[in-house]
Write a protein that binds this ligand. Structure first.
Ligand code: HEC
Ligand code: HEC
Ligand code: HEC
Ligand code: HEC
Length: 327
């Protein structure tokens, strides 16, 4: 979806596989209700009416924000039923969990049985199939984070230098996922919007920072002008690797963190250095995958002092009271 940017897998970019949030709503009422309280939902209506939006669009030569891919692919969910591609919602379920056509049946099938009668092995096999068909589940922290950053750091130099769009959000994965975006109401059967526990927060913090670094290195590798975009991306790299160096010290039992920092210093933060910056980002990507396969956060208590507290969360999560209110 995003200009062939490496953050997106082929499956995640195919609008012919989008089913739309109304289909998820048939079963996921609580999660949909939480989403409807977020900016990801309201942007569908609000963004095209925004004065700033029309100014950016004009500078970029975009006449219809909802029907030209430049703005649409980050701000909306795109579906292609026949030949036309159409913006059908804001940033919705499949923007983060990936277009669902191939996995929607299998993920909810309980292997043809019920939640009670399906065996553990059958459930494992079912999830393996859903994963192989492209579903991005909550446990896939690295892929989830790449999706967030694929939109929240802008991979287009001209959109910033010429269009005047922000170069990216002041994004941090714990605080940005645990506020208005949080919708962990399924496995509690709608009783509670469960916050990430301490171990999961450590993983979100660490992997989020790693993806910040990876994404900013890739963005810088494509920059061509000594203008705000390149400076902004270089300063994102610098900030992320300082925070990661501090994390490496605080969690010496996770040697991958200092290797990530080393990679980030292996390429100069300058223009016309694409191959080395890309190689550094690729190395970091492999280490982040290894971290998510090897650790669950339980041994990383050294990171706790870095993790944003609830008063820093972006927006308010839907509360237990909202959740248990009858519909
Ligand atoms: C027919 C009902 C149904 C529909 C429609 C449906 N789901 Fe689900 N979903 C389920 C069930 C059942 C589970 C839990 C299975 C389990 O716990 O083993 C689930 C679980 C999930 C999970 C949690 C996975 C995990 O690892 O815990 C996610 C994410 C999810 N669904 C996303 C979606 C999205 C996105 C859509 C729309 C594209 C959707 N679902 C449509 C029934 C449905
Ligand atoms: C790479 C993804 C991406 C692209 C492409 C993109 N945007 Fe954005 N845009 C974002 C993100 C993410 C934000 C939220 C920034 C924040 O608040 O942290 C945003 C914010 C905005 C805002 C600020 C107000 C608001 O809605 O939050 C406007 C206006 C806007 N974009 C317009 C546009 C227009 C017009 C285009 C096309 C010319 C465009 N964007 C293309 C990702 C993108
Ligand atoms: C902005 C990205 C994003 C969007 C949009 C989004 N999800 Fe999620 N979803 C996530 C993340 C991240 C998690 C894991 C959250 C965590 O660890 O705190 C998750 C978790 C879930 C879970 C597991 C909940 C539980 O009880 O553990 C379900 C089910 C789910 N999402 C379904 C949906 C549905 C349905 C929609 C659309 C209404 C949706 N999601 C929209 C990112 C998103
Ligand atoms: C398809 C692109 C896309 C993806 C993927 C995405 N976002 Fe966003 N996000 C946006 C845009 C665009 C906005 C600005 C919406 C607006 O206000 O108009 C936004 C806004 C937000 C906001 C509200 C910010 C504010 O100013 O209050 C939060 C929080 C957020 N995103 C978190 C996340 C998290 C966490 C993830 C990953 C789990 C994620 N986003 C994935 C595009 C995306």
């Amino acid at each position: 979806m995003i200009f062939g940017f490496a953050a997106y897998s082929a499956a995640a970019s195919d609008p012919t596989k989008t089913v739309g949030p109304n289909v998820c709503a048939e079963c996921h009422k609580q999660e949909v209700a939480a989403w409807k309280g977020s900016h990801h939902f309201s942007t569908f209506r609000n963004m095209p009416r925004d004065l700033e939006a029309s100014q950016i669009a004009k500078r970029m030569g975009v006449r219809r924000i909802k029907s030209e891919s430049l703005c649409r692919d980050c701000h909306f969910t795109v579906q292609q039923k026949t030949t036309e591609q159409e913006a059908i919602a804001g940033i919705s379920c499949e923007s983060c969990h990936s277009p669902a056509k191939d996995w929607i049946k299998v993920h909810s099938s309980y292997s043809g049985k019920t939640a009670k009668t399906e065996s553990k092995t059958e459930a494992q096999e079912r999830w393996k199939q859903a994963d192989s068909k492209g579903m991005i589940r909550p446990r896939a922290i690295y892929q989830l984070a790449k999706n967030c950053y694929g939109c929240h750091v802008v991979p287009r130099e001209d959109l910033v230098n010429k269009g005047g769009h922000h170069a990216g959000s002041a994004f941090e994965l714990v605080s940005w996922s645990q506020g208005e975006v949080r919708h962990n109401t399924w496995h509690s059967k709608g009783k509670e919007n469960v916050p990430a526990n301490a171990a999961r927060k450590r993983m979100l913090y660490l992997v989020g920072l790693g993806v910040e670094l990876e994404t900013a290195l890739r963005a810088l590798s494509k920059a061509t002008e000594r203008k705000p975009y390149a400076f902004e991306m270089a300063s994102r790299v610098d900030r992320a690797r300082k925070l990661l160096a501090a994390a490496a010290k605080a969690a010496p039992n996770v040697p991958e963190i200092s290797k990530i920092v080393e990679f980030s210093h292996s390429a100069g933060l300058k223009l016309n250095n694409e191959s080395r910056l890309t190689a550094a980002a690729d190395g970091i990507s492999k280490l982040l995958e290894r971290i998510t396969e090897t650790y669950d956060g339980s041994t990383m208590s050294g990171l706790d002092s870095f993790i944003p507290r609830p008063d820093k969360f972006k927006g308010a999560a839907r509360t237990a009271a909202d959740v248990s209110a009858p519909h």
